[in-house]
Design a protein around this ligand. Structure first.
Ligand SMILES: [Zn+2]
Length: 507
């Protein structure tokens, strides 16, 4: 056989479209050509494959070698195809049997010595491979580097065959019995141990703790407004620890995004991600992008928490980009005719000072800002973005004397139990968290009783709220009633919800 065909996958956003690696040997002057890769990467792939073959004591055939990676218009990074190219050359030149090549998919970068180096996106590739399986043939197994085996094996039914080196893979194809064959990887994640710090560290702050509980229970976004040292960051870093448990599907999606950026860690399996990019981070780092589009912070926070501290300091242009994913849960990135889409269903926790100096509204009277300055500072957050944040809360700073007298707070575990119960009620009633209700669903599920409705109407007029804000308060009231386990939204729920939206002077 002088032609070998192997299967692999490229990465395009979260998708992993199939790529065919064809290797053809012809007579003529010895050469080694790769088509279908960007020019600069061809040379690297060629050099790595050649060195790996030689160091594994195989022969690089002295013929015209042509490698075609099809389809040509897919974005391809060279490294992941090394293993398939090397195997193709070996099979086409008869150095390994080629009859079972089509039973597998391949991915892996080769070191010069023939070791298999990890690739990014192994989980997305496995998901795509598993999803493309048709019933008329047995599913393909996936041969990939050892370091990627754990994440790939998260896809339960997929057959993962990890290998340490090119030689291991060759032995698999030459083996007459099980001794030389690659073994199926079975690792299941270790037990979940909580990664996030505990709410019991926070003394006092009853109102803020309650607000975080409401936000967690209904998947509501929240803005914390308060002076420096009020504990806004402490609240935010503990927030992911009280969210409802992830479903298997959510955990897989989240892990697949982390795997795309090469940052997945098994210890984080089924843990809600917590991302806290600094306000000096670039727009690309925050929302994703780059030559080969990669997920940004908002996607790495998928199914978890995105904490934007000092949100008023972020460039307005960056904050404006957040509006689309906050509505749709996805972000589309276009770069040089390439389009990529990543999931970004994050829960936003934002924090800011009430004014430039930070002390506006504080009992110490330290703030010297004029009302005009305060208004201008708070207006750095655009109205449309503010409108999309469900809860706005003032967090007061405690004096040292107050701190000393406060008892330690309730633990994350006991808050999380209430949150999970309230969340379960929402799923049973409507199949989604309250924050994602829209249009008629709000009328159907969030209707307040008559006194509650009156109170809300009055607040809407008095506080000059938009229709969007009105609906957000109704959804918040629904969550508060769910925490209490009550079917009907009543006046007291509405009253608390209104209080949860009064953090800024301009709101
Ligand atoms: Zn001030």
């Amino acid at each position: 056989m002088s032609l070998a065909v192997l299967r692999s996958r490229a990465l395009a956003g979260m998708a992993a479209p199939p790529v065919t690696v064809e290797v053809h040997l012809a007579n003529g002057l010895p050469s080694f050509t790769i088509v279908g890769l960007p020019e600069a990467e061809v040379k690297e792939a060629r050099d790595r494959v050649r060195a790996a073959l030689q160091n594994a004591r195989f022969e690089v055939p002295a013929r015209r070698i042509t490698v075609n990676l099809a389809p040509a218009d897919l974005p391809k990074e060279s490294g992941r195809f090394d293993l398939a190219i090397a195997l193709g050359i070996l099979a086409a030149s008869g150095q390994i049997p080629g009859d079972r090549l089509d039973d597998y998919e391949y991915a892996g970068e080769l070191s010069l010595s023939g070791q298999l180096l990890p690739i990014r996106g192994a989980l997305a590739m496995t998901c795509a491979m598993h999803a493309s399986h048709r019933d008329d043939r047995p599913p393909r197994a996936f041969i990939l580097p050892l370091a990627n085996a754990d994440e790939a094996a998260l896809v339960n039914q997929a057959v993962i065959l990890p290998a340490g080196s090119l030689l291991d893979v060759c032995a698999h194809f030459s083996a007459r019995d099980d001794t030389g064959r690659l073994q199926r990887h079975q690792a299941r994640p270790a037990l979940v141990t909580p990664l996030h710090p505990d709410f019991s560290d926070i003394k006092g702050q009853l109102q803020a703790r309650r607000a975080m509980e409401v936000a967690a229970a209904g998947n509501h976004s929240i803005l914390l407004v308060g002076p420096p040292g009020a504990g806004k960051s402490m609240l935010a870093t503990r927030f992911a620890g009280i969210l409802p448990p992830m479903t298997e599907e959510q955990a897989l999606e989240s892990a697949a995004v982390q795997s795309l950026s090469g940052s997945f860690d098994m210890a984080r399996w089924k843990q809600r991600p917590y991302r806290a990019p600094h306000h000096t981070a670039s727009a690309v780092a925050l929302v994703g992008g780059g030559g080969t589009p990669r997920p940004g912070e908002i996607s790495l926070a998928h199914h978890g928490v995105l904490f934007l501290d000092e949100i008023a300091e972020y460039p307005r242009s960056v904050l404006d980009v957040l509006r689309q994913p906050m509505e749709s849960g996805r972000i589309s990135i276009s770069r040089a005719a390439r389009q990529a889409e990543f999931p970004a269903r994050f829960q936003l926790v934002a924090a800011m000072n009430p004014c430039t100096c930070g002390w506006h509204g504080h009992s110490s009277g330290k703030c010297r800002c004029t009302p005009e300055q305060v208004r201008r500072y708070q207006e750095r957050l655009s109205g449309p973005l503010l409108d999309r944040i469900d809860m706005q809360l003032q967090v007061a700073a405690l004096t040292p004397a107050e701190l000393a007298t406060q008892a330690a707070g309730e633990s994350s575990a006991s808050i999380a139990a209430r949150v999970a119960a309230a969340f379960g009620r929402q799923l049973a009633r409507q199949g989604k968290p309250n924050s994602l209700l829209a249009g008629r669903e709000i009328d159907m599920h969030c209707q307040a009783d008559a006194p509650g409705e009156q109170l809300l109407q009055a607040a809407m007029v008095r506080l000059d709220w938009s229709a969007r804000a009105y609906h957000r308060v109704l959804k918040l009231a629904r969550t508060i009633a769910d925490l209490e386990g009550v079917a009907q939204v009543e006046k007291r729920h509405v009253a608390e919800a209104i209080q949860c939206r009064r953090g800024l002077v301009t709101s």
